[in-house]
Design a protein around this ligand. Structure first.
Ligand SMILES: NC(=O)c1ccc[n+]([C@@H]2O[C@H](COP(=O)([O-])OP(=O)(O)OC[C@H]3O[C@@H](n4cnc5c(N)ncnc54)[C@H](OP(=O)(O)O)[C@@H]3O)[C@@H](O)[C@H]2O)c1
Length: 277
């Protein structure tokens, strides 16, 4: 298949591109050449590349800054995605889009399925939900893949932040009352490839397996343990670590439909983390 990928310099894209290239022809222009907020640029790119699939890794991802940059977040995550959906509809090309657990409010006590009601509690989540909605309003052939707590060997992510802090400080304080599932870009990339190749359309959830969820504190402790560092990790509450954007208290994503649709086998989160470290 010929695949056109947006957001090529991002954390996920950098790991996804080589995985897709194993079996497909991938066109991944830099953001300067493929800005999703510019519909005419997207039209031209689709018309010259003539892809069989478009994969959108482009996004505004700064959760806290989105509270002050609401317009920018909605321009990229809402209107940018609308642009992609419109040009894909025009060309009859399916779109695979990446979304987030932050479309949920975190009030559930069991993992969220793709059929649960969305209700974001921060601007980033609202803007990502806008993108999901435009895709569903405009396109017949789409897959929306929701993931959570994404990390990889590059980019700005929790694992690299904890490793840096653990080398600088003898103790670190980490929130223990927000529960979710980390996801390695490696797991997500192979899941995205499977979704695209299977032609399964709809909303799918892909994360690493945590058996009901772990907290950021649990995650940090494991990062330190595997890395052989001696830094002490102290559990704190969300109130003790105020941030501009609210976070869902619980955002584990249920992957049953992903397993049934594409035979996706989740990877244990500790195994995925050990591989990365
Ligand atoms: N990171 C997480 O924890 C997490 C969790 C759940 C879901 N997700 C979702 O997973 C996807 C990938 O995330 P990621 O962590 O790889 O994000 P990332 O590293 O921030 O990558 C996003 C890329 O999109 C680019 N971009 C921004 N605006 C653009 C535009 N108008 N046109 C084209 N490209 C543009 C960014 O460029 P600049 O850096 O120059 O702005 C960046 O290179 C996103 O959809 C995100 O919402 C992420």
């Amino acid at each position: 298949m010929k695949i056109l990928l947006t957001g090529s310099k991002g954390m996920l894209a950098q790991d996804l591109i080589p995985v897709l290239k194993e079996s497909h022809e991938v066109f991944a222009p830099p953001e300067e050449e493929l800005d999703i907020t510019k519909r005419d640029v997207l039209y031209n790119s689709l018309n010259t590349t003539l892809p069989d699939f478009v994969v959108n890794c482009a996004a505004y991802t700064n959760v806290d800054k989105a509270e002050e940059e609401r317009e920018k977040a909605f321009l990229v995550n809402g209107i940018g995605v609308q642009n992609l959906a419109l040009v894909c509809a025009d060309a009859g090309t399916p779109l695979c889009h990446i979304s987030t657990d932050y479309v949920f409010d975190g009030e559930n006590n069991k993992p969220y399925t793709p059929f649960d009601n969305t209700h974001p509690i921060n601007t980033y989540g609202e803007s990502k939900l806008a993108g999901e909605k435009y895709i569903q309003w405009i396109l017949k052939k789409f897959s929306i893949i929701r993931t959570s707590w994404l990390y990889g060997i590059r980019g700005s992510n929790f694992v690299l932040t904890i490793l840096r802090l653990a080398k600088e400080q003898s103790t670190i304080r980490v929130v223990n009352d927000q529960v979710g599932s980390p996801t390695s870009t490696v797991t997500l990339s192979s899941g995205i490839k499977k979704v695209i190749e299977s032609g399964a359309y709809g909303i799918y959830h892909i994360t690493d397996e945590t058996d009901g969820g772990i907290s950021w504190f649990d995650f940090a402790k494991e990062i330190i343990r595997i890395s052989g560092l001696k830094t002490e990790v102290i559990p704190i509450t969300t109130e003790e670590y105020p941030r501009p954007a609210k976070r869902p208290r619980y955002s584990v994503l249920d992957m049953e439909m992903t397993r049934l649709a594409i035979g996706f086998k989740p990877v244990d989160w500790k195994v995925a983390l050990t591989k990365l470290l």
